[in-house]
Design a protein around this ligand. Structure first.
Ligand code: NAD
Length: 263
């Protein structure tokens, strides 16, 4: 049974590896045996994730990448193949939040969120799938959100992009099945990361501990499991989808959210 859940000798690319869910996923994949290419637009944070992996005895590289640029995503994947010889696991985790209602949304906001959260994932999927189909093996994992199920006011750009990624995931899963390439997504509920810290940050960017406690408590109460998520909760689903334990799983959106929404 143990072998089912390892990704030993596999090569993973993780975008958004410099923070939150991406960092936890990169570390978890490494701890489960993979060599990991840590991509992030924040070069310093990607390097920290790489160091955490290497200091723990794993193999990793860090690469500066803006996922909204096709050629940079291509270079990221090329780097994995050059340095580690192949690409087995592609995790499209990088993402940004933008808050505005439909009426407030500017074209520039819409473009920026769709460029990173949708086109960035599309490039990662397309380039990785092309490589993996040649090798007749691979697992692509996209990060969507509870926002695909539960519309919330003020995050329209984000929710539209995530819903589109869910459909991209299913479409690509159908197209890639014959090549033994699996394509799935994880839809996290509320997870405490840099992205969600906006709910309890003061104007100067520092965290208000009382507001943090209030937000975490109220968000946690919405879940049957009575808590919010930690990045490691999501990383567990990523490792599962990457591993042989999920060898018959494709085109699925796994909702890791404490039970907040059930489909
Ligand atoms: N935290 C949550 O509650 C939550 C819930 C649902 C989905 N998600 C999704 O999980 C993913 C990770 O989010 P997180 O909460 O860890 O956020 P985070 O802000 O902690 O991490 C996001 C990372 O993506 C990187 N990034 C941003 N733009 C990039 C770009 N253009 N190119 C490359 N890297 C870029 C950032 O530098 C950062 O390191 C996102 O796709 C997010 O939408 C998060």
């Amino acid at each position: 049974m143990n072998d089912l859940f390892t990704v030993s000798n596999q090569v993973a690319v993780v975008t958004g590896a410099g923070s939150g869910i991406g960092r936890a996923s990169a570390l978890a994949l490494s701890q489960s045996g993979a060599s990991v290419v840590c991509g992030d637009i924040d070069t310093r944070n990607a390097e920290i994730t790489k160091s955490l992996i290497v200091d723990g005895g794993g193999r990793a590289l860090s690469v500066s990448v803006d996922v909204s640029k096709r050629e940079q995503v291509g270079a990221l994947i090329d780097m994995a193949i050059e340095e580690f010889g192949t690409l087995d696991i592609m995790c499209n985790i990088a993402g940004i939040m933008h808050q505005s209602t439909v009426l407030e949304t500017q074209d520039s906001d819409l473009d920026r969120v769709l460029d990173v959260n949708l086109k960035g994932v599309f490039y990662g999927c397309q380039i990785a799938a092309s490589e993996m189909s040649k090798r007749r093996s691979g697992s692509i994992i996209n990060m969507v959100s509870s926002a695909i199920d539960a519309p919330a006011p003020g995050i329209v750009c984000y929710a539209m992009a995530k819903a589109a990624v869910a459909q991209l995931t299913k479409t690509l899963a159908i197209e890639m099945g014959k090549y033994n390439v699996r394509v799935n997504a994880v839809a996290p509920g509320f997870v405490v990361t840099a992205m969600t810290s906006r709910h309890f940050q003061l104007d100067d960017g520092s965290v208000d501990p009382e507001r943090r406690e209030a937000v975490v408590t109220s968000m946690g109460k919405m879940a049957p499991l009575r808590r919010v998520g930690e990045p490691e909760d999501i990383a567990g689903a990523v490792v599962y989808l990457a591993s042989n334990a999920a060898s018959f799983v494709t085109g699925q959106i796994i909702r890791v959210n404490g039970g907040v929404s059930m489909q």
